[in-house]
Write a protein that binds this ligand. Structure first.
Ligand code: TXA
Ligand code: MG
Length: 314
């Protein structure tokens, strides 16, 4: 973490260029949130449809009222409880925020990331940085600087290297723009955590009145290798079946014993989440014909991981 790196990053952002930055969840591909031309570069480089809104990352000192048109008490409570941290709040877009960032919507996504390098950059920049995950559209989110390099090569002028991401999966997204809070994307901050702060106004099921979260497409976070989610009990039979057909099969299993062909991740949701995207990238790299992913336990602590795995195999 060098001051020179931060200064260079600020200079690039002010000039409307892109900078990749670490956060505690995944690496982001950042641009000045108030500069529509800079934001357009993000969409172009990722190959992302321009109606998929971006998250604006704020320094901890930022005032929500400077960004949002309306700040309900629940938003202040959640920000006080979880920022900096892996929680994104959807609020009504304030007049300064260009619609280029919000995919044309009148709502926007805000979060203060909990990573020392991201915080140093945001403080030095002194404004919002729009940043989606730093991967090509639909691909696996990056959790190391090397992953970002593998996605974009030299097309990103600067990648700040903050080491491997501590959380490893994307932030929890909560919509507060239409009354009762709704979880749009599960993450490390669980519904239980949210309810502890909000009381029983916590999550209600998403329904027709809930805003669409245009980035939440069915197939996402996906390896290039075809993959299947398989229950533990059914795994040996499915493996035998595919192998008999002459296919090279890569396994992603739970536990401490790596299989001959594949990877084991710890049977603990935090540790599993930290390792998941690197494991999927490594399995992709090994060139298997098919990946079999052991279904994680069904309890609430695994919800965010199950969500990502379902999308990865969709
Ligand atoms: O952990 C994270 O959230 C990472 C790091 C870099 O902060 N960022 C991230 O960004 O995952 P991205 O672009 O890959 O996902 C942003 C999600 C999308 O699913 C998008 O639909 C949703 O945020 N989103 C953004 N603005 C929204 C809005 N106004 N209404 C509904 N959903 C929104
Ligand atoms: Mg993404």
């Amino acid at each position: 973490m060098t001051d020179a790196g931060i200064a260079k990053a600020v200079e690039l952002l002010r000039a409307g260029e892109l900078v990749a930055l670490p956060t505690e969840t995944v690496y982001g591909l950042g641009a000045d949130a108030l500069n529509p031309a800079a934001v357009a570069r993000i969409f172009a480089l990722k190959g992302r449809p321009t109606d998929h809104p971006l998250i604006i990352h704020l320094p901890p000192e930022a005032r929500l009222d400077d960004w949002a048109a309306e700040v309900p008490p629940a938003a202040r409570d959640l920000a006080a409880a979880f920022w900096p941290g892996p929680l994104t709040l959807i609020l009504a877009r304030g007049p300064r925020v260009p619609t280029a960032v919000t995919g044309g919507q009148d709502t926007m996504a805000l979060r203060v990331p909990d990573h020392p390098l991201a915080l140093a950059l945001l403080r030095a920049f002194g404004s919002g940085i729009a940043a989606p995950s730093a991967n090509r559209y639909g691909h696996i989110s990056p959790t190391t600087a090397a992953h970002v390099q593998a996605e974009f090569g030299d097309a990103v002028p600067l990648i700040l290297d903050g080491g491997p991401c501590r959380v490893g999966i994307e932030s929890t997204i909560v919509d507060l723009s239409r009354g009762a809070p709704v979880v749009l994307r599960p993450g490390a901050i669980t519904e239980r955590d949210l309810r502890r702060v909000l009381g029983d106004t916590g999550e209600r099921p998403a329904d027709g009145a809930a805003p669409r979260a245009p980035g939440l497409v069915k197939r996402h976070y996906a390896p290039r290798t075809p993959a299947e989610l398989v229950d533990s009990a059914a795994l040996p039979a499915r493996l035998a079946e595919l192998t008999r057909g002459g296919r090279r099969v890569g396994l992603l299993v739970l536990g401490t014993a790596p299989p001959t062909h594949g990877i084991a991740l710890p049977a603990d949701p935090a540790a599993y989440g930290r390792g998941l995207y690197a494991a999927l990238r490594e399995l992709d790299r090994r060139g298997y014909a098919v990946l079999l992913i052991e279904t994680p336990p069904g309890d609430a602590a695994w919800r965010a991981i199950t969500d990502r795995l379902r999308r990865a195999v969709a």
